[in-house]
Design a protein around this ligand. Structure first.
Ligand code: 5GP
Ligand code: ZN
Length: 143
């Protein structure tokens, strides 16, 4: 058996192989993720707010007169991928949404905050995002 096949068999049998695959998958997802690109300024968006943790911008296909997305700057695929260490970040997403709702004049009549998760939740972009929707009365559920 040649040296490279021996090395290949060693790598295939290695217990760290799934970990390496997971890291490579995450790096690949981040490089392709449209919301990562928006947060990094590499894809145009109508950005309303950005700080060290979150970015907020207008949804491309608004479902109501006001439809804003609040995202973490760092790639987190969904609520399923949150850790206890992300609690400050999740709090910032909500306080940013609250401030934007006030700036948009939504706070008196109210608004809706939605986080779709996974296929049954209707999540289409696999980067965590909080929808801030308002400017009209809404029925529940929306669709
Ligand atoms: P989801 O269905 O995953 O909860 O929501 C994804 C949202 O992202 C949708 O409301 C969709 O209109 C919005 N969206 C998808 N691609 C883009 C984009 O390139 N730019 C902006 N601004 N919004 C997008
Ligand atoms: Zn991302």
């Amino acid at each position: 058996m040649g040296r490279s096949s021996r090395l290949r068999r060693l790598v295939d049998a290695s217990p760290i192989r799934p970990l390496v695959a997971a890291v490579l998958r995450k790096v690949w997802n981040m490089s392709e993720c449209i919301f990562c690109k928006i947060a990094a300024g590499r894809l145009p968006a109508r950005i309303l707010y950005q700080d060290d943790l979150v970015t907020a911008f207008h949804d491309l296909h608004p479902a109501a007169p006001v439809h804003i997305l609040v995202i973490p700057n760092r790639h987190i695929a969904s609520v399923n991928d949150l850790d206890p260490g992300d609690e400050a970040l999740v709090g910032r997403m909500f306080t940013a949404a609250r401030r934007l709702a006030q700036e948009m004049g939504l706070h008196e009549n109210g608004y809706r905050l939605i986080v779709n998760t996974g296929p049954h939740g209707g999540q289409t972009v696999l980067h965590l995002h909080l929808h801030l929707i308002g400017g009209q009365p809404m029925k529940y559920p929306m669709g």
